[in-house]
Design a protein around this ligand. Structure first.
Ligand SMILES: [Zn+2]
Length: 204
């Protein structure tokens, strides 16, 4: 049987979410219909915040409700180091291990010739500007892109750009030992701690 159009519409919207197939979409929609109106209202309000209240940090592109995120605006962070990650999820992973006190830069993806993702589609230009600006006094750039071919290529490209621009900064890469070929988000905590501690200088 087909659902009433109003329900069909809800199901179709949930199907657009990552990892949600038709069965799960239907399950979530039916769950919400039977839910307490207070919960629905909270849920709705939190989604609505995406339009008005949630934005990207203008420095590192992390998620924030103000112009600059709480990491970029904190006085407790080491402002001489930038850890370059592909996504916000990767930032959270590194933040959660509690061993890193520097700044971040989110690329919003990684280079991928197959998906037609080129340097200009990532936040590389903004990263270069941050590193180049003498006021920022950046001394080390940690490349923490994923340990796979695309992540390595992205890291290598950034390192080359830094060298090309004659910027005097140490460039390091998370040490080997991370599950090779996978995304950073699949690394376990201890592996990530070791990989950060034993980061190696990239020789370009
Ligand atoms: Zn920020």
């Amino acid at each position: 049987m087909t659902h009433p159009p109003v329900l069909e519409k809800i199901i179709n919207n949930f199907r657009k979410l990552p990892g949600i197939g038709p069965k799960s979409a239907e399950k979530i929609a039916l769950f919400l219909i039977d839910s307490n109106p207070k919960f629905i209202k909270e849920f709705y309000e939190s989604i609505k915040d995406i339009i008005g209240n949630i934005k990207k940090c203008k420095i590192c592109f992390s998620i924030t409700t103000t112009d600059t995120c709480n990491i970029c605006s904190s006085n407790l962070r080491n402002k001489n180091t930038i850890c370059v990650v592909e996504t916000y999820k990767d930032l959270i992973m590194i933040e959660n291990i509690g061993e890193y006190d520097g700044l971040y830069h989110i690329l919003e993806g990684r280079l991928s010739p197959i998906k037609n993702i080129n340097p200009e589609n990532l936040r590389i230009k903004e990263l270069m500007e941050r590193i180049k600006n003498p006021e920022n006094n950046i001394k080390e750039v940690i490349i923490a892109t994923s340990p796979n071919m695309e992540g390595d290529a992205t890291g290598f490209y950034i390192a080359q750009e830094i060298k090309k621009n004659n910027i005097n900064v140490k460039i390091t890469r998370l040490a080997k030992g991370l599950p090779s070929g996978a995304d950073l988000e699949f690394a376990d905590r201890l592996t990530l701690i070791n990989s950060l501690k034993n980061r190696e200088e990239m020789k370009i």
